[in-house]
Write a new protein. Structure first.
Length: 175
């Protein structure tokens, strides 16, 4: 655990920083899994984590990015999306946890939990009643983290990674 994890809201000036951070953390999390073909992973990442796409997401008023920093350097980030829902999720005022990633060297050091707690707080501030997410069926570490934070499985959906339709577990938690 780090005592000095600083969180801040991202703005449009952070588009390139978030592009680079998103690309690196997603690659580190999933590139070495045998179920992910390199071409599919690269195709998805080029679409999802380019500066134009990230800037578009930052400009959306329903999209909120939080950046975690340690000693002035980026350690991780989270993205939540207000008023977004999928079949299987039960909520009046939902918030989706779209992304929660830390750099590999900070895994297990409290970055994810600090970001998670801040996402819960922001969701409550926005009047949301439920936070939900999709987590890859072959990512047991993330599943355990979300279960520890009170999420429960409520369904499944398809996450398209390049040409590979993957199964994500839908999880939700009352907030």
């Amino acid at each position: 655990m780090f005592d000095q994890i600083q969180l801040r809201h991202a703005t449009i000036v952070d588009a390139q920083l978030l592009t680079d951070l998103s690309f690196k953390t997603f690659w580190d999390a999933f590139a070495h899994h045998p179920k992910n073909a390199p071409d599919d992973l690269t195709h998805y990442m080029r679409q999802a984590f380019n500066a134009e796409q990230i800037a578009k997401e930052l400009a959306n008023p329903k999209s909120i990015f939080l950046i975690a920093e340690i000693e002035g350097g980026t350690a991780g980030y989270a993205k939540i999306l207000l008023e977004n829902i999928e079949p299987g999720v039960s909520a009046e005022r939902p918030v989706e946890l779209c992304r929660l990633y830390s750099k590999q060297k900070f895994n297990g050091k409290g970055i994810g939990q600090t970001l998670m707690d801040a996402c819960f707080e922001r969701g409550r501030e926005e009047g949301c009643d439920v936070m939900w997410l999709g987590v890859w069926e072959y990512n047991p570490r993330a599943q355990r983290f979300y279960e520890k934070n009170g999420f429960r499985i409520v369904g499944k959906h398809t996450f398209q990674l390049g040409s590979d339709p993957q199964t994500d577990l839908l999880m939700q938690k009352d907030i």
